[in-house]
Ligand binder design. Sequence first.
Ligand code: COA
Length: 158
Amino acid sequence: MKNSIGVFAGSFDPITFGHIDIIERCLTIVDTLVIAIGAQHSKAALFTPQERLDLIAETVKSDRLQLVTFDGLLVDEAKRLNANFLIRSIRNGQDFEYEKTMATMNKQLSGIETINLFANPQYSHISSSIVRQIAKMEGDISKFVPKNIVNSIKRKLN
Ligand code: COA
């Protein structure tokens, strides 16, 4: 497909090495990748959506990457962006069931297909909330997130 647009949506609170791996792999699949940061979120957030966007912008750089925050249905944002694909990541069996439901529902709502990439095994145990929890308890998170994110979390928690 020419000029394909993929939307990788998530909360990214904060972006981790696992997300970065997925982003790099997405860029080999689609021409333009939009990272869509969900603003309306039930999880207790550490960073505001704009802060998360700024942190992603300083962490991953590509002229084929766009960053947006969105509030509402992911498929509405994807349609606004003229996206061809939604992209999500599966780390384990638990993610599989959840992602299957989301992909099926989003397809039914919009007709847009979801591409699910399996997380690289070296990152399949990482989640943003575990990183936040370890950081709050002053543990070492440098194996899970880049240096700029380590520093931003430290600043945020102090
Ligand atoms: N590496 C590291 N972490 C990964 C990962 C990978 N490869 N793949 C998933 N994760 C983690 C994330 O860090 C996140 O961790 P957390 O729960 O500790 O925060 C978790 O897996 C999954 O969360 P995330 O990818 O952020 O998705 P989400 O389920 O929280 O959903 C939205 C975020 C914004 C996509 C979702 O809420 C949404 O679509 N909202 C819009 C409303 C809507 O359209 N609803 C209908 C859907 S059918």
